[in-house]
Design a protein around this ligand. Structure first.
Ligand SMILES: Nc1ncnc2c1ncn2[C@@H]1O[C@H](COP(=O)(O)OS(=O)(=O)O)[C@@H](OP(=O)(O)O)[C@H]1O
Length: 193
């Protein structure tokens, strides 16, 4: 498996994948774009501790509240815009949007949707997961080819920095219309607003 959020937001990706096979099934994990942006920033911060604050990168102009939509952490969360681009090449029924929130609260349920979408028998169920209190996330009871439990690594599920609540609110307001459009396009309310 090869995965990166870059595919979803790269303009040329749908045409290229369609040229390989028009029957490709596409799976995209989406989460609240505000949390996503903070998660993205947290990842960059872990590699480059000297970067400016989240708050200062968010705005083109802090006084007017103008958001810097060219900052990739913010740009990636404008899901409706990216989906528009994919729909030029693929029908909606070839794209599955997995809820990042439900992947944590109900991993078996969300993987059930993935298995159905791929036309697979539902092999992965509730029985395969347990909630690991230390990790704070669901983990596999048995990893593939092993009898031991397995959680994702340290780079998944990092603690996010505290962000100024006014900045978070401004971002919520910014994303709301794009989220609404995304819910309409997918026929699914992800519950971010
Ligand atoms: N079971 C389980 N364990 C740990 N983490 C989990 C799990 N399910 C979902 N997540 C969320 O996955 C987020 C990181 O995955 P990504 O796909 O964004 O990582 S990456 O972009 O490929 O590096 C990661 O985001 P952060 O919390 O911001 O680190 C998690 O919230």
């Amino acid at each position: 498996m090869e995965k990166t959020p870059s595919y979803f937001v790269t303009r040329e990706a749908p045409a290229r994948i369609s040229a390989m096979s028009r029957d490709t099934k596409l799976i995209v994990v989406v989460r609240d774009p505000v949390t996503r942006a903070i998660s993205d920033y947290t990842q960059t911060l872990s590699k480059k501790p000297d970067i400016p604050s989240f708050e200062s990168l968010t705005f083109k102009n802090r006084t007017t509240g103008l958001i810097d939509t060219s900052w990739s952490a913010i740009q990636i969360g404008i899901y409706a815009k990216h989906l528009d681009n994919w729909l030029q090449y693929f029908p909606m029924d070839q794209i599955l949007f997995v809820s990042g929130e439900r992947l944590i609260s109900d991993p078996a349920g969300e993987l059930g949707r993935v298995q159905d979408f791929l036309g697979l028998k539902r092999i992965i169920t509730d029985k395969h997961f347990y909630f690991n209190q230390t990790k704070g996330f669901p983990c596999l009871k048995k990893a593939e080819g092993s009898s031991k439990p397995h959680c994702l690594g340290k780079t998944k599920g990092r603690t996010h920095p505290n962000i100024n609540p006014e900045v978070v609110q401004r971002l919520r307001d910014f994303y709301r219309p794009f989220n609404m459009k995304f819910y309409q396009m997918t026929g699914h309310n992800f519950g971010w607003d």
